[in-house]
Design a protein around this ligand. Structure first.
Ligand code: FAD
Length: 258
């Protein structure tokens, strides 16, 4: 098979940045033919020492208009893929599927006033892509980004999030975004304390946002830990917020990471 007929391209690592012993970011070149919608994922491949390739799904952090691709990764101890990925350095090769996938995209919602993006850990990745794209700022009046981690030092991309409201092309939308970091295993000034589900149940999340979760106004995206997603979906169902499907538009869209 010729390289162009393959389902993937070879990209070069431009940058690898460790954040904590178990979290890092990586930036690669981008094939000019690779297209995606903000919120989607690609399958990434690493070649092991024995020549076999391991593939895993990764959400893009970068926006569809960036010239590079950026990813945010966990290191799973003994994990087949992340053990290899975390060894890569600038100049190494990463395989990237030619096609992007996924439905954690804004076209899931036909209407709505407030967008809630609820994430755990690396699940913040697709929301960073969505926030760096123009559409979300035009489409919603209020945007709430909830980013839940165990320890404060795991809160990544703080500078990017802080600077969103200052980007020139978003100048007209300044103030729409509310960022609510939540830390589950420490007290941190400026962050909510507790799991996302606890914060919904107690009413703290809505109070902090100054908004109520309702089927009329709220559109909710969930990404990351499958338990958080299941539990939150059940809580939202009790409030008549339903999963959005192509044949039946609703208020909730999800991406489960494992
Ligand atoms: P695996 O054998 O795949 O996983 C082992 C165990 O590690 C899992 O059972 C789970 O308990 C835990 N685990 C896996 N992924 C995570 C995670 N992200 N955070 C915490 N615990 C985890 N991972 C990322 O780091 N960044 C992403 O942007 C990302 N996007 C994804 C998008 C989609 C659609 C899906 C389905 C998964 C995504 N993942 C992402 C998870 C990723 O595909 C792999 O599971 C992860 O890289 C670990 O691979 P592994 O082979 O080392 O371990």
């Amino acid at each position: 098979m010729t390289a162009s007929a393959e389902k993937f391209t070879h990209q070069t690592l431009l940058n690898v940045t460790p954040l904590t012993p178990s979290l890092f970011t990586l930036r690669t070149t981008r094939d000019s033919g690779f297209r995606f919608r903000a919120g989607q994922f690609a399958r990434l491949g690493v070649t092991k020492a024995d020549g076999t390739v391991v593939w895993r799904a990764y959400s893009m952090v970068s926006s569809p208009h960036d010239e590079f691709l950026e990813f945010f990764s966990i290191v799973v101890p003994g994990g087949e893929f992340t053990s290899e990925l975390s060894r890569l350095r600038e100049g190494d090769t990463l395989l990237v599927d030619r096609q992007a996938f996924g439905y954690l995209t804004l076209d899931r919602f036909v209407d709505g006033r407030d967008l809630w993006m609820l994430s755990t850990g690396t699940g913040v990745a697709p929301f960073l892509s969505i926030l760096q794209d123009f559409e979300v700022w035009e489409k919603f009046e209020r945007i709430v980004l909830v980013y839940s981690v165990r320890e404060t030092r795991e809160l990544a991309y703080q500078q990017l999030i802080a600077e969103l409201n200052e980007r020139d092309y978003l100048a007209d939308y300044a103030g729409k975004l509310l960022f609510l970091p939540t830390v589950t295993r420490e007290q941190h000034p400026g962050a909510l304390s507790g799991r996302i589900t606890q914060l919904i149940e107690s009413g703290e999340l809505e109070q902090a946002a100054g908004l109520t979760l309702t089927p009329e106004h709220s559109r909710v995206m969930l990404c990351g830990n499958p338990q958080m997603i299941d539990d939150t979906r059940n809580m939202l169902k009790l409030r008549d917020l339903q999963l959005s499907l192509s044949r039946r538009p609703g208020q909730v869209a999800v991406e489960t990471y494992w």
